[in-house]
Design a protein around this ligand. Sequence first.
Ligand code: DQA
Length: 152
Amino acid sequence: MTTPRRLLLVNGPNLNLLGTREPEIYGTETLADVERLVAETAAARGFEVRAVQSNHEGVLVDAIHEARHDCAGIVINPAGLTHTSVVLRDALSAVELPVAEVHISDVRAREAFRQHSYVADVAVVHVIGEGVAGYARAVTLLCDILTGQAEG
Ligand code: DQA
């Protein structure tokens, strides 16, 4: 089977409120802006995108499981689940697709409870604290890996 030219974009809880949620931390761009940016960046590399956002962990797990049938990689901002969810980490690990972890804010410079990511060591790309633009860089780095153009 040839590798599918599709990425799954996963946004976790509360990211539906992007644009109005704590704009001093997360900026004023909306989830629709994020999904458009990711779709455009991926399209330039020949990939289409299926986007999911949910406030429910199980919905995200189901979407990640589905991806193993027809996606080549996953771009995920797990939001608060980053710091709590063994379940989400296990789902990402189970599907054995390359994962790019994105955080809009610099979680390393915030509260102590944001310092640990359950997802970090199942991800091959990490883009942290670059704002919404970080999603585009994550897509580019993931596409580099998928198309064999990654350095190193
Ligand atoms: C976030 C950082 C998380 O700590 C937080 O819970 C979020 C968003 C980010 O994109 O900066 O919801 O993942």
